[in-house]
Design a protein around this ligand. Structure first.
Ligand code: HEM
Length: 511
C-alpha cells in the first residue's frame, strides 16, 4: 500500500468513530493555548488523527508551506505522535551543536520493534551501549585502512558495470541506471563481506534474491504504519506490516546465513591482512565484555550484515540515479565534467579513486545533485531522550524530530537561485557534506551522522567518474532534457519516480 493510500485508509477507518465525536470535540480541536504555550507553534489538528491528513504524500514540500506560516521550528501531531520539524539551517545548527545529545534517540517503527529479537538495527536503536558497539563496527569497516584495502573490490564492481553497459550498447539497447547499479552494488557488498564473486545482471541467483529481500525490508520499514500513530492498534497489525516484515527478515537472514556459513567454511583471514574482508573484521571484533558481550553471536552478525546491505544499497543507488539525471538534463555540465576528466586523467587509463581530489568539478556536480536530491529528505527521524528546552520551547520526551534537509537545501535565503542545478556554487568554497555546514546536510550531522559516508563518498565518485569517462550519454528517442520526469516518490529513500533510461556510446577506453 502506498503512503497516500494509507492516509486515505486511515481517514476512512477513523472517520466512522471520529464523526460521532466530531461535533462535541470541534471546539477542542484548536490548540489549547494555555497548556501548550511552551510548545512550538504548529497547525491545528483534528481529534485523534491530528495533522495526518494535512501532510500529503510529499511531506518535504508541505513542510515548506508550513514553515512560511509557523517559522523555522514547528510542531505537528500524527495520531498520538508529536513531531517536531526543523526547517532552517540556523535551527539545525542549534540542534546539532547545542542539543545533539538530547535529540539522539530514534523513533523505532512498530514493524521493526516487534521482531522479538534482541538485536536492534543501528539506524533505529536507542542511544546506548548497543548503538555504540555498532558504531564501532561501522568505524572498523569504514576506517582509512579498510577503505584502502578494499579498493580492488570497488574497482571490480565498477569494471563490472562498464562491461554490462558495453553488452547493452553492442545490442543497441538503452540501460536502466537504477537496475545496473543495484545488482552491481549488491555484488560489491557480497564481495566486501564474504569475498564472493559476481552475480549476472539478469540472473535469479542469491545475489539478486538478496537485493530483492533487502529492498522489500527497506520498503516495509519505511511504509507509514497506522500502528505507529495509534498505539492501541498495535496488536491488530492492521496492514499486516509486522507479519510481512517478519517473513522478509527471516528469509533475508537465512540467505545471509548461507553466505556466512559458506564463508566460514573457507576459514578466517583468506591470505594476509590486506585481503581481510568484512566478515574477518566482524570475527576479529571484541566487545568490552561489560555493556556488551565480548563476541557477537552468529545471529547478531547476520543482523548487522543485513542492516549494512539495507543502509548502503538504496541510498547509494538513489543518489547515483539522481546525479546521472541532473548530468543528462544539463548537457553543459556533462561536457564540463567530461572535459575535466579528459584533462586530469585522459583516455589511456581508467579513472581511479586517487584521482578524485584532482577533479573538483566532478565533486561539485555530485554535491550539487545531493543538495537538490538528498536520499533522506528528513534525515532518519530522531527522538528526544528527555523533556528538552530548545529555542525557547519545551520539547516533550519521545517527540519525533524531522530535519527538513530537502527544504533547507532549497532555501532562497541560503542559496542563490536554489532550484537551478549549478555545480559552480560549490567551487572555490569549503561547503561540504561533513556535517559541519548546516545549510547542507545530505549525510546528517552530530552523533548519529551517517557512518557510511567514507564508503559512499568513494563509491559515488568512482561510479559517476567512470560512467562519464567511459561513455557518452544521450536520452531515449522522444525525450529531451526539459521533458525528463523529475517527480519523486517516497520509498526507503526519496527516489526518482520513473527509472532513468539512457543510451550509452562507448569511448575508446571502454572498448
Ligand atoms: C549516498 C549514500 C548515503 C546517504 C545519502 C546516506 C545518508 C544518511 C543519513 C542522512 C543518515 C541519518 C543521519 C542523521 O540522522 O544525522 C544516515 C544514517 C545511517 N547510514 Fe547512511 N547514507 C548513505 C550511505 C550509507 C552507507 C554506504 C552505509 C553503510 C556502510 C550507511 C549506513 C548508515 C547507518 C547505519 C545510519 C544510522 C546511523 C545512526 O543512527 O547512528 N549509509 N545515512
Amino acid at each position: 500500500m502506498s503512503t497516500n493510500d494509507m492516509f486515505i485508509w486511515i481517514a476512512f477507518l477513523l472517520a466512522v468513530s471520529a464523526s460521532l465525536l466530531l461535533v462535541l470535540l470541534l471546539h477542542s480541536c484548536r490548540r489549547n493555548k494555555t497548556s501548550s504555550s511552551r510548545l512550538p507553534p504548529g497547525p491545528p489538528g483534528w481529534p485523534l488523527i491530528g495533522n495526518l491528513l494535512d501532510i500529503g504524500n510529499k511531506p518535504h514540500k508541505t513542510f515548506i508551506e508550513l514553515q512560511k506560516k509557523y517559522g523555522p521550528v514547528f510542531m505537528i501531531r500524527l495520531g498520538a505522535m508529536n513531531v517536531l520539524v526543523i526547517a532552517s539551517a540556523d535551527a539545525a545548527m542549534e540542534l546539532f551543536k547545542s542539543h545533539d545529545r538530547a535529540f539522539s534517540n530514534r523513533q523505532l517503527g512498530e514493524a521493526l520493534k516487534s521482531l522479538s529479537d534482541d538485536y536492534c538495527p543501528t539506524p533505529s536503536s536507542a542511544y546506548g551501549p548497543i548503538w555504540r558497539r555498532n558504531r564501532r563496527l561501522y568505524a572498523a569497516i569504514n576506517s582509512r585502512t579498510t577503505i584502502k584495502n578494499t579498493l580492488g573490490r570497488r574497482r571490480q564492481f565498477v569494471d563490472q558495470i562498464i562491461q554490462w553497459i558495453l553488452v547493452e550498447e553492442k545490442a543497441g539497447r538503452s540501460v536502466e541506471i537504477r537496475h545496473l547499479t543495484s545488482v552491481a552494488l549488491t555484488n560489491l557488498f557480497r564481495n566486501l563481506f564474504f569475498s564472493k564473486g559476481v552475480t549476472d545482471l539478469n540472473s535469479t541467483s542469491t545475489g539478486n534474491e538478496l537485493y530483492r529481500l533487502i529492498n522489500e525490508i527497506g520498503v516495509l520499514s519505511t511504509e507509514a504504519n497506522v500502528a505507529d500513530f495509534f498505539p492501541w492498534l498495535r496488536k491488530l497489525d492492521p496492514q499486516n506490516l509486522t507479519s510481512r516484515m517478519k517473513k522478509a527478515v527471516d528469509a533475508c537472514l537465512n540467505t545471509i546465513d548461507e553466505l556466512a556459513k559458506e564463508r566460514k567454511s573457507r576459514g578466517i583471514g583468506l591470505s594476509n591482512n590486506n585481503e581481510k574482508d568484512y566478515w574477518d573484521l566482524l570475527m576479529d571484533f571484541e566487545g568490552d565484555g561489560k555493556d556488551e558481550p565480548s563476541k557477537m553471536s552468529d545471529r547478531h552478525i547476520n543482523w548487522f550484515i543485513m542492516e549494512v546491505f539495507i543502509g548502503s544499497t538504496d541510498t547509494v543507488i538513489t543518489s547515483v540515479e539522481w546525479i546521472m539525471t541532473e548530468v543528462v538534463r544539463n548537457p553543459e555540465v556533462m561536457r564540463k565534467a567530461k572535459d575535466e576528466i579528459a584533462k586530469a586523467v585522459g583516455y589511456n587509463r581508467k579513472i581511479e579513486e586517487s584521482d578524485i581530489e584532482s577533479l573538483p568539478y566532478l565533486c561539485a556536480v555530485i554535491k550539487e545533485a545531493l543538495r537538490l536530491h538528498p536520499a533522506a529528505p528528513f534525515l532518519i527521524p530522531r527522538s528526544t531522550t528527555e523533556d528538552t528546552k530548545f529555542m525557547g520551547y519545551i520539547i516533550p520526551k519521545d517527540t519525533a524530530v524531522l530535519v527538513n534537509v530537502w527544504g533547507i537545501g532549497r532555501d532562497s535565503d541560503l542559496w542563490d537561485d536554489p532550484f537551478t542545478f549549478n555545480p559552480e556554487r560549490f567551487l572555490g568554497n569549503a561547503t561540504d557534506y561533513n556535517g559541519r555546514h548546516y545549510q547542507y546536510l545530505p549525510f546528517g550531522s552530530g552523533r548519529r551522522m551517517c557512518p557510511g559516508l567514507p564508503m559512499a563518498h568513494q563509491i559515488l565518485h568512482i561510479v559517476i567518474g567512470s560512467l562519464l569517462q567511459s561513455f557518452d550519454w544521450s536520452l531515449e528517442n522522444g525525450v529531451i532534457p526539459e521533458s525528463i520526469d523529475m517527480n519523486e516518490k517516497v520509498e526507503m529513500s526519496l527516489q526518482k519516480a520513473t527509472p532513468l533510461r539512457l543510451i550509452p556510446r562507448a569511448s575508446a577506453l571502454a572498448v
